[in-house]
Every structure is written in structure tokens, then in C-alpha cells.
Write a protein that binds this ligand. Structure first.
Ligand code: ATP
Ligand code: MG
Length: 502
């Protein structure tokens, strides 16, 4: 019997070496994690969970929660992590859609979810950050001798819901083969080894913190500092003992705000990685100036794991997401005809490789619509591949603005606005316009006390952008709407300003 993903994790596990350094000080060795995952797998078996059953998990970040993921892989169950910010109404959708057999929540949430679980036929158990909870109680009574379920590369390991930036979250079905191939590739590409110590400050319900951070650590036999959340001061203090940080762009923006960030603070660090959203070239440059480190930006999505990465040894170019990973094919096509475009031309990014998911859970039509006839996944992201082979992301196709027959890429306009004195951030959208089809519209957040008005911004942009790209209106806002992953929700803005030019 073999278990495709877990066999590899087990083979890489260096016994008594540390795996997780929890924030309370407890160190979990690899053996500790193997033992608890075995007990948890047995407990789930006793509860009647069988291979292929979904196990939904909405708990706060802890070592035990990560080990529950391992237990699911071992038992053949399909791990289904849920964002801890989801409300009961949202949970009702996810539980109804995924029909998990078991729903693991934190104790205070138990009462609230009981009704939802019951309606959809799931049993509820608890797991808390202090190491208590009904599921852990059950696990304690089990022996650590679980026989791993047989799973092949093509069997499901997890269903991960997308971030819901462009609409309702979709369940991406990820196989053992998807996860193992991508994590192995990333480990080698980023040269992660047993001596590495990762600062893990990302959520563990999203592909970044769960699969990239955790699986890469496991397959390298490395260790991680598991933090409940990102706190710049705490991260800066840990850097003296760590070698690796994986973050979203806001981590880096916030680290740069600290006067403590300098070359000495990062003297022990080997690599800084960024992804999940675009890293501004400005952030990359400032970080390099302050620390001497070029942040390595990579690009991925829930459906595909990671697709591209800047090189470890070669130039890490700001504003690009680097090269297609080994074994992954990335191409750019004309969205209208599907024809493959030459270098430097912008179009739809399409991906093929062992990293690409099996399809959307219970959405066969949507799955079929998002794959080409020759098996490429249509990412929904627009970009180009330059002459040196670096991939550039321009933005999502849903966010492209078409005004007067011209294509306008919001990122280009936002880049110009963000450079103006007094601008904190901006979002450029297209909203219905009687003459132009869509009118380019900028939502701008000013820096505190900035005396910047609409006229001043429009005037400044006149010299910087072709006329058709210039916003018709500038609207000031206190902040931009973001989803629970911190991504700007342009669909919310488009709705809000739909009648602006009516
Ligand atoms: P939904 O699909 O539900 O609308 P989402 O696409 O935000 O939400 P995720 O799978 O978490 O859900 O995010 C993947 C997307 O994040 C990519 O398609 C891309 O648009 C963006 N992204 C990830 N990494 C980068 C990066 N380095 N640069 C630019 N964009 C990135
Ligand atoms: Mg998406």
C-alpha cells in the first residue's frame, strides 16, 4: 500500500529534528507530528471517516491544526480548510457545497455551526489553539499505529476554495500528485534544505501558507516558526534565528515601515519570497536598498499551485514573476482567438503541468470552460512573457477596461497614480459610460493630510498617460474594499460606481 503524498513526507522527515516551533515555545519534532497525525487519523477512522470523505476545518492557526492536515492526507480524507473569517451564512454555503463528513471547528464556534452541520449531514468536533478540544481528546485515546490509506497521485488530497476576489469562491480539487510535484519543485528551485528555518506568519487555510510554506518545509525536513499572525516586530526579532520568510506584499510594505529593518536585522536570512498579489516594483527596490536582499517574487493560484518564480541564482527582476517552474508550461494567448502570442505581447496566461488541479468541485461546466482543447488551464490573468523569458502579470482579465475600443490595463494607470505625492494607493476600474462603453475611473486613497484634489491628479496624469488611458473621474475613498485575503475587490467598486456616468 502506498500513499503518494504522505510517503514522500514520511521519507523526508528527520525523526527527532524540530518541525514546528510554536509561538508558546513548544517544539514539535517530526516524530511528534507523525505520532499525533497517526492518532488523529485513527480518531477520524473511529468516527467513520473513510477515504474520499471531506473533512472541513475552520480553526485558528496552531501546530495541531497543521498536523490535522497531515492526518487527513494519511487517512485518505479530503482536507478542506476554511477561512477563519467566514460567517455562518458563508459557512452554510461551503458546507452545503462540499458536504463534509466531519467539520472541525474551535470550541466557541461549536454551537453556532451545529445547525449547519446537521442540515448537511456532518458531525462536529473541536480543536483549539491551547491543545484541547474534542477531536484531540479522541486522538489521545488512540495508539500511534495508524496504517496509512492507499492513495495514488490522481486521488484528491484537498479541496481548497479560491479567495473569492472576483466573485463566489470555487472549490479547487487538488490531487496528491498536484501537491507533491509542486512542493518538490519549489523545494529544489528555492534550495530549501534541512538547515532552513521558515518564518510562517501566513494563514493556513490558503494555498500560500498551507501548501507552499508547509509542504516545502516538510519535504526539505526543515523547520518553521509558526506564528498566529503577522506582526512586523515579532518577525523582525525572529529573523536573527531564521533563514526564510514567505509573505504577501503587505508583509514587506509593513516591514519597510519599521526603522528596525536594516542589513544587520536580516544578517541570518537567506531568502525572502513574495506572492499571492502583485509586489510593487517600488517595494522590491526599497527592500533591496535597506537590506541588500532582492525579494524573490513568484506567481500561483489556488487552482494551479505555483506556476512561475524568479530565479534563485539569476537576476530577480522587480515587477516580474520570473520563469515557468520546471515541468510547468506557461503560454500567452490572444483571448479572442486562442492563438499563441509572440514575446512581449499581452494576452491570457495559460498553464499546463502536474501542478494544475483536477477541476472545480461539482462544477463540470465551469471546469470544461476553463480548459483549452489541448489541456491548458485558462488562468484568467493577463500578462506577457518578455524576450528573456520572464513572465509579467498585467492584471485579471475581468479587470481589463475597454474604453472607446481601446484596452486599458489598470495596473499601468495605478502605477502612475501611486507615484504622485500624497497618494497612498489606488484602484482603477471601468464602469459603464454612454459614449465610451466603459469609462476609466480611479478610486484613490490619499495619505493622511495630503491636500490632493481631482484636478491636480488629472493634470499630473496628462503628461504621463495617453489620453484614452486617463481616468474620466477620480474618486477619493478612505480605503479600498478587500476580501479576507487582503485582495482588492474591484467587483465591489464596479458595483458601487456603476451609475457614475449614467
Ligand atoms: P477568485 O478566483 O475566487 O476570484 P483569487 O483569484 O484571488 O480569487 P487565489 O487563488 O487566492 O484566489 O489567487 C490567485 C490570483 O492571485 C492569481 O490568479 C493572480 O491574479 C493573483 N496573484 C498571485 N500571485 C501573484 C503575483 N505574484 N503577482 C500578481 N498577481 C498574483
Ligand atoms: Mg482566481
Amino acid at each position: 500500500m502506498s500513499n503518494h503524498l504522505f510517503d514522500a513526507i514520511r521519507a523526508a522527515a528527520p525523526g527527532d529534528a524540530p518541525f514546528i516551533r510554536a509561538s508558546g515555545g513548544r517544539i514539535w519534532t517530526y516524530q511528534d507530528a507523525l505520532d499525533l497525525s497517526s492518532r488523529l487519523a485513527s480518531a477520524m477512522d473511529t468516527l467513520g471517516i473513510r477515504p474520499g470523505d471531506r473533512v472541513a476545518v475552520q480553526v485558528d492557526k496552531s501546530a495541531e491544526a497543521l498536523i490535522l492536515y497531515l492526518a487527513c492526507i494519511r487517512s485518505g480524507a479530503v482536507y478542506l480548510p476554511l477561512n477563519t473569517a467566514y460567517t455562518l451564512a458563508e459557512l452554510d454555503y461551503f458546507v452545503g457545497d462540499a458536504e463534509p463528513r466531519l467539520f472541525v471547528v474551535s470550541s466557541p464556534a461549536r454551537e453556532g455551526v451545529e445547525k449547519i452541520a446537521k442540515a448537511h449531514g456532518a458531525i462536529v468536533e473541536t480543536l483549539d489553539t491551547d491543545g484541547t478540544g474534542s477531536l484531540l481528546d479522541l486522538a489521545r485515546d488512540e495508539a500511534a499505529d495508524f496504517v496509512d490509506a492507499s492513495r495514488s497521485a490522481d486521488d484528491l488530497a484537498a479541496i481548497l476554495y479560491t479567495s473569492g476576489t472576483t466573485g463566489r469562491s470555487k472549490g479547487a480539487m487538488l490531487t496528491h500528485g498536484n501537491l507533491l510535484s509542486n512542493a518538490t519543485t519549489l523545494r529544489d528551485y528555492w534550495r530549501v534544505a534541512a538547515a532552513d528555518r521558515l518564518i510562517h506568519a501566513l494563514p493556513i487555510f490558503h494555498t500560500h501558507g498551507l501548501f507552499v510554506a508547509t509542504n516545502v518545509t516538510l519535504l526539505a525536513g526543515a523547520s518553521m516558526f509558526l506564528l498566529p499572525k503577522f506582526d512586523p516586530d515579532e518577525v523582525l526579532s525572529l529573523m536573527r534565528h531564521a533563514t526564510l520568510l514567505m509573505g504577501v506584499p503587505t508583509f514587506y510594505v509593513r516591514l519597510l515601515q519599521s526603522p528596525r529593518l536594516d542589513r544587520q536585522a536580516v544578517a541570518n536570512m537567506r531568502l525572502f519570497i513574495s506572492g499571492s498579489a502583485p509586489l510593487l516594483a517600488e517595494t522590491h527596490t526599497e527592500f533591496k536598498d535597506r537590506t541588500g536582499h532582492a525579494i524573490l517574487e513568484r506567481y500561483g493560484m489556488t487552482e494551479t499551485n505555483m506556476n512561475t518564480s524568479n530565479p534563485y541564482a539569476g537576476p530577480r527582476i522587480a515587477g516580474t514573476v520570473g520563469f515557468p517552474l520546471p515541468g510547468v508550461t506557461v503560454r500567452v494567448t490572444d483571448p479572442a482567438t486562442g492563438a499563441v502570442l509572440p514575446p512581449d505581447e499581452t494576452g491570457m496566461i495559460e498553464v499546463k503541468g502536474p501542478n494544475v488541479f483536477k477541476g472545480y468541485w461539482r462544477m463540470p461546466e465551469k471546469t470544461a470552460a476553463e480548459f483549452t482543447s489541448d489541456g491548458f488551464f485558462i488562468s484568467g490573468d493577463l500578462g506577457k512573457i518578455d524576450k528573456d523569458g520572464y513572465v509579467h502579470i498585467v492584471g485579471r482579465s475581468k479587470d481589463l477596461v475597454i474604453s472607446g475600443g481601446y484596452n486599458i490595463y489598470p495596473k499601468e494607470v495605478e502605477g502612475e497614480i501611486d507615484q504622485l505625492d500624497g497618494v497612498a494607493e489606488s484602484a482603477v476600474i471601468g464602469v459603464p459610460h454612454p459614449d465610451f462603453g466603459e469609462g476609466v475611473t480611479a478610486i484613490v486613497v490619499r495619505k493622511p493630510d495630503a491636500a490632493l484634489d481631482e484636478k491636480a491628479i488629472l493634470r499630473a496624469l496628462q503628461e504621463r498617460l495617453a489620453r484614452y488611458k486617463q481616468p474620466k473621474r477620480i474618486i477619493f475613498a478612505e480605503d479600498l474594499p478587500r476580501n479576507t485575503m487582503g485582495k482588492v475587490q474591484k467587483n465591489v467598486l464596479r458595483q458601487k460606481y456603476a451609475d457614475l456616468y449614467a
